[in-house]
Design a protein. Structure first.
Length: 134
C-alpha cells in the first residue's frame, strides 16, 4: 500500500494503542511516533460484542471493548479537529470489528485503509513492512 506523506497510522488492540505519521512519501514509507494523549477506557458496555454478566463473566473482554471505544473516540476527535487528513488503521481483527461501527462519517471519509492484524507489540519496522505488503 502506498501511504500519502503526512498520513496517520493507528495501531491498536484491546489494550494498547500507538499512533504514527508517515514522514516519508508514497514511494518510501517512514513512520514516526506521534503523541496521542491518554485513551479514555471508561466505555464499559458501550461497544458491540460480548459483555460480562453472571452468566458470562468476561470482565476482561469488557475492558478491551472499553479501550477500543476510547481509541475510536480519540481518532474521531482528531479527525473532526482537522489533525488527521488521511488515516490507516491497523488493528487486531476483533478490535477492528468493534471499532468500525463507531467511525464518524468524517473519519470514514479520510480512511485510506484498514489492516486486520495485531501489530501493537511489534517493532516499527514490522508495521512498515505490513503496510508495504498490503
Amino acid at each position: 500500500m502506498q501511504l500519502p506523506k503526512g498520513a496517520t497510522v493507528a495501531v491498536a488492540d484491546g489494550e494498547k494503542f500507538n499512533l504514527f505519521r508517515n514522514t516519508g512519501d508514497e514511494a518510501e514509507l517512514k513512520l514516526a511516533p506521534l503523541d496521542h494523549g491518554p485513551v479514555n477506557a471508561d466505555h464499559q458496555g458501550s461497544t458491540p460484542g460480548r459483555h460480562g454478566s453472571s452468566a458470562n463473566p468476561d470482565g476482561g473482554q469488557d475492558k478491551e471493548d472499553g479501550f477500543s471505544a476510547g481509541v475510536v473516540e480519540l481518532l474521531n476527535k482528531k479527525v473532526l479537529a482537522g489533525e488527521i487528513s488521511a488515516l490507516l488503521i491497523i488493528a487486531a481483527p476483533r478490535t477492528l470489528g468493534a471499532i468500525r461501527p463507531q467511525y464518524h462519517a468524517r473519519l470514514s471519509a479520510v480512511l485510506v485503509g484498514e489492516i486486520a492484524k495485531d501489530l501493537t507489540g511489534h517493532a516499527l519496522h514490522d508495521v512498515e513492512k505490513a503496510i508495504a505488503a498490503t
